[in-house]
Design a binder for this molecule. Structure first.
Ligand SMILES: [Zn+2]
Ligand SMILES: [Zn+2]
Length: 81
């Protein structure tokens, strides 16, 4: 079954506010790289949250190697190829 194939994902930073989420989604890839280092949202100054790119659920640690919600393995961008 192809469902058993291990899923991979990445940890993404995002804002609680859906208006900011839209702005963040429209950033260029260079801006998104920089965004990963941010602690606070540049649009509303709230602290950013960490989410799983695969299931969009919130994570409470940046050190997780697997998503506790969907089981996907987190890979670094440069590790993926
Ligand atoms: Zn925000
Ligand atoms: Zn997940």
């Amino acid at each position: 079954m192809s469902d058993n194939y291990p899923k991979t994902s990445a940890i993404e930073k995002n804002c609680h506010d859906s208006e900011c989420t839209e702005k963040i989604a429209g950033l260029t890839s260079e801006q998104k790289d920089l965004f990963k280092k941010f602690t606070y949202c540049p649009y509303c100054s709230e602290e950013l949250i960490l989410i799983c790119q695969n299931c969009r659920e919130q994570l409470d640690s940046p050190d997780y190697r697997f998503c506790p919600w969907c089981g996907a393995r987190f890979v670094e961008d440069d590790e993926e190829k």
